[in-house]
Design a protein around this ligand. Sequence first.
Ligand code: S6P
Ligand code: ZN
Length: 181
Amino acid sequence: MKNFTSELSVGAYLKAGANKTVRTLSQLKDLYSNREEVNRILENEDPVLYEVFEMPPSPKETDLLVNITVLHAGVVGEEPFMTKGHFHQDPDTGEVVIGLKGSGILLLQNRKGEIQEFPVEEGKVSYAAGGWGHRVINTGKEDLHFLAISGANMIHDYETAVKLNFKSLPVENKERISANE
Ligand code: S6P
Ligand code: ZN
């Protein structure tokens, strides 16, 4: 990666050279358990769930990935908008998550099924150690912005998250929903 300095805002980050990737509901519809609601929404529109702004890393494995994600506010049935969620293929590769704006949850789950949840909001930094899959859930009413930093040699492993049935709700919500069923 080239040297850069930027305000921690999407506009400034784009000016500094970031690439943008957009994730829509039609691309990620299998994340949500309420299929009828997914189809109902998609009949009218294909909402953008989140955007990732990535500063292009150099091909060198020792470089860093430094991304801002904007996770929009919204729900699909009971489940708030969330990132796809992934493990890192190399379990020695961790990740730092720094909240910038909005409020949400960093949900961590390892291959043994153990779960941890950390807040994602301005002024909070969390670390996902290697071996812990991670997903961010926007539990607030406004867009959630966060910065993620990991090693550029990291390969996203989305399949393991699917196989392990990665959780899609903060624990207290899930309990509340089952208690009301
Ligand atoms: C990369 C880092 C983030 C995510 C982004 C989208 O390691 O965790 O930049 O890529 O938040 O999440 P996902 O699960 O769709 O890659
Ligand atoms: Zn990651």
